[in-house]
Design a protein. Sequence first.
Length: 275
Amino acid sequence: MTASFDFSNRVVVVTGAARGIGRTMVGRFAAAGAAVVAADRDEAGLAETCAGLPEAGVAEIVGDVGVEEDAARIVAEAVQRFGRLDVCVNNAAVAPHAALLEERAEVWDRVYAVNCRGTFLMTREAARAMIAGGWGGRIVNFSSGVSRRGSPGAAAYASSRAAVEAFSRVAAVELAPHGILVNTVSPGLIDTQPKPLPPTMAEALGRRIPALPLARAGNPDEVASVVLFLASDAAGYVTGATWSVDGGAGIGTRPTGPIVDDDPRYDWVTGRCPR
């Protein structure tokens, strides 16, 4: 059952809103009564996200969160149009993968410009607006489970997400006196694909999913529910935390054999037993 929250008279900014989890969050906040500013570089994707939503309560802003002027403009337009800012969800990110020895510096720089610099700029601008308004607020940043694993090909992306977690803890401490709570959501394997995956990727996921404790991929709505909770009054005593939405991937994998077995072939080091 989908969790329900009331965001009437609240103003929410969601970045990375043109697709996937961002698109779902825009719809969920709007359905909960919030005025929503959907921001992304992809103008066509933004139009698809906002299609069918109440025009009076949803604004589309095209901008790059890694550009200081754009981040300031997104927040300024939210306040100008709706009169305040209560929640900022920093979902925008890029995630190219490449082997470390093949990684190009310009790609690395772009990952950090969006994932880290963009999160910093949006957090700073949102916090300034919230403090000026005198009403406090909520900031929800995005990390990833890959930040805690040595995942091949993910050096830039994983390290940028780990940096966001560290930044969010500092921001939570500094902004707490102003009544601004800062938390991080860390999704695992989430099915955001609007169409079938390429065969090679589908095969790779087919090997990963059975090992997850919940043995399935998550969906964007399940991530959005955690974000809405952290943005709501129900999370009034929660700040500086990282919330994993990963089906248990961060705690272990499904056992491949009996957990307890007196079979003499049982290997107590690996925890495996021949079937």
